[in-house]
Write a protein that binds this ligand. Structure first.
Ligand code: FES
Length: 102
């Protein structure tokens, strides 16, 4: 039996539409669409995607709507999201918390 998702709701992953069911996470929708890795480790370049699936291991980091290092396994999928694979070699933006002294 096919587990194909039929949904009008999609987000974009590196520019490609990914369908999702209501209540599904970004990671769940990617896995259901056959995408199993979306970043690589810094040292050895090993592929990473879902591992623990419960927000503990941080293996599933990606960018969602410009916010880097989001855990795909606990991020709810929403229509129109711009989801991107992560580049571990790019520097993280440095932003001070609101109200912090410069
Ligand atoms: S898979 Fe472990 S934190 Fe997401």
């Amino acid at each position: 039996m096919s587990a194909e998702i039929t949904s009008d709701e999609t987000f974009r992953f590196d520019g490609a539409p990914v369908p999702f069911r209501p209540g599904q996470t970004v990671g769940g929708a990617l896995a259901a669409s056959g995408v199993v890795s979306w970043r690589t480790t810094r040292g050895s370049g090993e592929p990473r995607g879902l591992f623990c699936g419960i927000g503990v291991c941080y293996d599933c980091l990606l960018s969602v709507d410009g916010q880097r290092s989001q855990r795909a396994c606990v991020t709810p999928a929403r229509a129109g999201q711009d989801v991107r694979s992560d580049n571990p070699d790019a520097p993280l933006p440095l932003t001070a918390p609101e109200g912090a002294e410069p």
